[in-house]
Design a protein around this ligand. Sequence first.
Ligand code: NAD
Length: 368
Amino acid sequence: MSTRIPVSGAGFRPYEVIVGRGLLESLGTRIAPLARGRAAVVTDETVAALHGPATLAALEAAGLRARLLTVPPGEGSKSFAELERVLDRLAAFGLDRTDLVIALGGGVVGDLAGLAAALYMRGIDFVQVPTTLLAHVDSSVGGKTAIDTHRGKNLVGAFHQPRLVLADIDLLSTLPRRQVRSGWAEVLKHGLICDAGFFDWLAAEGAAGAAGDPSALERAVVRSVEIKSRIVGEDEKEAGRRALLNLGHTFGHALEAELDFDENRLTHGEAVALGCVLAFRYSAAQGLCPAGEADRVARVAASAGLPTALEAAGSFHADAVLKRMTGDKKAEGGRLTLVLARGIGDAFVQKGVDRKTVAAFLRAEGAA
Ligand code: NAD
């Protein structure tokens, strides 16, 4: 049993996200119509060891010539150096425009392989086979690809939509629990943005999904992808509505940056969860949203094992966090743009947010 979710918008060729269990072995036959001869599988060393052989076997069984191109695991691989190495190995493998790049991995591999596919021979097709929960529900869908530079995360990239996303829930069985919980933060985010009923279900069944239960995960992935693909279809290039997907990210990204993106202290998903709680508490403090809703967001995040208070993540200075928030590329003209909420399932983009009010709020939340 699998679920097919169409992704379509004005500016790109439609594609499908297929969500289900035991899908990897059908990868070759599913992509055979897209690839004439070769498939270059970009992955990281950890994922290559766990899922590389089964991926190659699936491709070769469908008559494709396949090769694994591995990069070191971790954000450090979203670099010019690794991008160049991947592009060089695509050329050495003899890939041409009738061939295919496959991104087998989490968001790091998806972003890097997607950008390589966007650039190689002015753009060749690629397929996403996400292996982290974050990649299942977020990064594999929507066509954003990027690497980091010393001046910022995701600073160099391209919009390049995949031809297919194959989201095999079984690949998540090897994912460390902390990574599952991190991806769960993005699942909660989707409910918080626009689906109160989904959030109710997550509140009731969430602990099972965040603990790795495959059927809860499958349902959470399907609904998250439906929500994300609808928003991306309406606004591929983030001229408006797509910014809603940044709920929790402006606060969260600033906290991650203050901790030097040290994943041991705060993962991206943990930062997003905390950021969502802060966005709701800020909304409540401004009288935009009932305080009880903000409390409920915190309760549900905590029950999934995610942090909900600043002091759980580290010690922060309000001015330093604010500076990071303003420096975030979502800030316009030095003023703050935040995704706020009128309630669970009802987020909106607020421009021109007053910096002093945010600084006072952060102090009230425990920042120095
Ligand atoms: P990641 O890709 O670094 O994966 C996390 C860790 O899990 C890595 O060490 C990896 O080797 C390991 N791993 C992956 N799959 C595994 C599996 N099945 N079993 C065991 N280990 C596994 O991190 P991530 O959280 O998936 O992605 C974060 C990246 O995604 C960031 O760079 C972020 O900027 C990007 N991102 C992109 C978008 C987008 O729209 N393009 C959206 C959100 C995030």
